[in-house]
Design a protein around this ligand. Structure first.
Ligand SMILES: NC(=O)C1=CN([C@@H]2O[C@H](COP(=O)(O)OP(=O)(O)OC[C@H]3O[C@@H](n4cnc5c(N)ncnc54)[C@H](O)[C@@H]3O)[C@@H](O)[C@H]2O)[C@@H](O)CC1
Ligand SMILES: Nc1ncnc2c1ncn2[C@@H]1O[C@H](COP(=O)(O)OP(=O)(O)O)[C@@H](O)[C@H]1O
Ligand SMILES: [K+]
Length: 517
């Protein structure tokens, strides 16, 4: 699914109005109607008080129009205009008049003197600021936001949580509404997926307000949200007359004393994702545990007992992973450097191999084209330096990926894969995956996909999706806390099967004939 910038949404707005020959307030009416339908379906006329806090722009206009529909359907509402500016939008004013025509008089708030009382069981509609926020809200508006939070009422934000910018980070964490739910128009917003801003949109849903499809399809976007529909076209089916040689040989180089498990987990993910053959390259101490616990994987031993000291092998793998459990012994750094100088096979670089690269940046130039790097946030910081907010992080990550022609997989709750100036935001995964070794499994999965012939960008995007989906399916049995990395690897099969499952059709309940009893 495409993610658009704020400017692109405004442009889509203009384009739609012109092409469909409608007025801008008709578009606002659609938006308000969609929110109303969403709420009405869930509330079914429940006698819960709904407080609507409306700004003076179009986001506020949506709120004011929603208030009218709620009132028409008998809901118990209170409407407030958060009067932070005299520059009111045209459609806000149109809807304010429509409200007054129905004898609804909003309360105008312009300082922190008379904030209304809000009960815990009430609902708050936050239509204060939308995507038009362009400067910090006034202090009394920040106080109002805090007042909303203190009420502990359920907060439903219209389009975006008020106080979030669409193109930069947060200046004051108190100046953003923490929404329980966000109903966003037409397309998800980038801020929902970034760690600093995503926490303000606990859950979200997209409402289709009928913006012009031609515009949406033709407009080049920088970020995509990756779900099942996006990965299905990447999937390569298994051929009937294939043999294990058809699906590639993966080599996983890593491990050190006490960290052989990382190699095991990567190899396990690699096998489960379908790599025809998997060989591990580990120090001598890794031989017995690997051969006993993962008989499907082969082992090549380094000459050193505890650390990788020389990387030499006489196989020709299709893809190589390096770094899991590797450590940073001097001898290992030397071996890694020499390996990079000699190697031109596709690479997936993780963990300590990334740290060695960060400490010896000249080595980055030795990476083969389209290598996949899979840093978690700390490893990323060591690679690209610090950032002032997530937007700057993405900018720096794109520049880095361009400079070294590498696919950068920024791991997190919503892992973002960066390549050629574009970002692919993953939609699967859960907090249970914040567990030791789950990144090692991902490294193995991506490597196994490259070995099977997936181009490295596709392997990264698809691998991240499958890894997260495996985690989502696995927690159905383990719950968040008990999920361990090997279970993620072992559930990759179910994640594949799930790709081809149709969405369940919800059954309509048969109307009961009360007289038949
Ligand atoms: N295509 C769409 O997505 C549609 C968008 N609509 C709504 O329109 C919203 C955008 O509306 P607007 O562009 O009017 O902007 P907002 O309603 O987000 O903001 C109101 C205005 O206040 C001013 N402002 C910004 N920051 C301020 C601050 N800190 N203090 C005081 N004033 C400030 C700006 O001039 C801004 O235009 C969307 O978020 C959405 O809710 C809908 O009405 C219909 C269609
Ligand atoms: N809250 C979360 N939601 C979804 N996925 C998560 C979450 N936390 C971590 N993950 C995923 O788990 C993996 C953790 O990787 P990493 O930090 O390298 O762990 P390790 O080094 O223990 O293997 C990443 O793929 C990341 O995206
Ligand atoms: K809002």
């Amino acid at each position: 699914m495409k993610i658009f910038s704020g400017e692109q949404i405004y442009e889509a707005d203009r384009f739609t109005i012109e092409k469909q020959g409608i007025t801008s307030d008709a578009l606002m009416e659609r938006a308000a109607m969609q929110i109303f339908n969403w709420l009405h379906l869930r509330m079914q006329g429940a006698p819960v008080k709904i407080h609507l806090f409306c700004g003076i722009g179009n986001n506020g206009g949506d709120g004011i129009a929603l208030a009218r529909h709620l009132q028409e359907h008998g809901y118990h509402i209170a409407v407030y205009v958060v009067n932070y500016s005299q520059a009111r939008s045209k459609d806000f004013l149109i809807n304010l008049e429509r409200l007054k025509d129905r004898k609804i008089w909003p309360e105008f708030l312009d300082s922190d003197k008379h904030f209304p009382e809000i009960g815990r069981e009430d609902i708050v509609v936050d239509a204060i600021f939308g995507i038009g926020l362009n400067r910090p809200p006034a202090p009394w508006v920040v106080n109002l936001m805090q007042h909303l939070h203190r009420s502990e009422a359920f907060i439903l934000s219209v389009d975006v949580p008020s106080g979030l910018y669409t193109n930069k980070g947060i200046e004051n964490p108190d100046a953003v509404v923490k929404a329980n739910f966000v109903l966003s128009f037409q397309a998800p917003k980038l801020v929902f997926f970034l760690p600093e801003t995503g926490v303000y949109s606990n859950q979200w849903e997209i409402l289709d307000i009928g913006l012009d499809q031609e515009y949406l399809m033709q407009t080049e976007n920088e970020y995509d949200l990756i779900g099942k529909n996006e990965v299905l076209p990447l999937y390569k089916p298994r051929e009937k007359f294939a043999h294990k040689g058809s699906y590639g040989h993966s080599l996983i180089i890593g491990g050190s004393r006490g960290k052989i498990g990382a190699v095991h987990l990567a190899a396990r993910g690699c096998l489960r994702v379908g790599s025809g053959l998997v060989t591990t390259y580990v120090p001598k101490c890794g031989l017995t545990p690997l051969q006993s616990n993962l008989p499907e994987a082969m082992v090549i031993n380094d000459s050193d007992e505890y650390y990788i000291s020389k990387i030499e092998f006489d196989i020709t793998p299709k893809a190589i992973a390096i770094g899991v459990g590797l450590g940073k012994e001097k001898t290992t750094i030397r071996a890694f450097t020499n390996f990079l100088k000699a190697n031109d096979l596709p690479l997936v670089v993780d963990a300590d191999a990334l740290n060695i690269l960060s400490e010896n940046k000249t080595l980055l130039k030795l990476l083969p084209k389209e290598s996949v790097l899979t840093p978690h946030p700390k490893e990323l910081e060591r690679l690209i330096g610090t950032w002032k907010d997530d937007f700057e992080k993405l900018k720096k990550a794109k520049a880095f990926s361009k400079k070294y022609d590498c696919v950068l997989v920024i791991k997190g709750a919503h892992t973002i894969t960066i390549y050629e100036g574009r970002g692919y935001i993953n939609s699967t995964g859960n907090p249970g995956m914040a567990t030791a070794g789950s990144g090692d499994v991902l490294t193995g999965i991506i490597t196994g996909l490259i070995a099977q012939g997936y181009p490295s960008l596709n392997a990264a995007v698809f691998g991240v999706y499958l890894h997260g989906r495996a985690g989502d399916i696995a927690i159905e049995e383990t719950g968040y806390q008990a999920l361990i990395a090997s279970a993620i690897a072992d559930t990759v099969g179910k994640a594949y099967i799930d790709l081809f499952k149709m969405p369940e059709v919800t059954q309509q309940e048969e109307p009961q004939d009360e007289t038949a009893k």
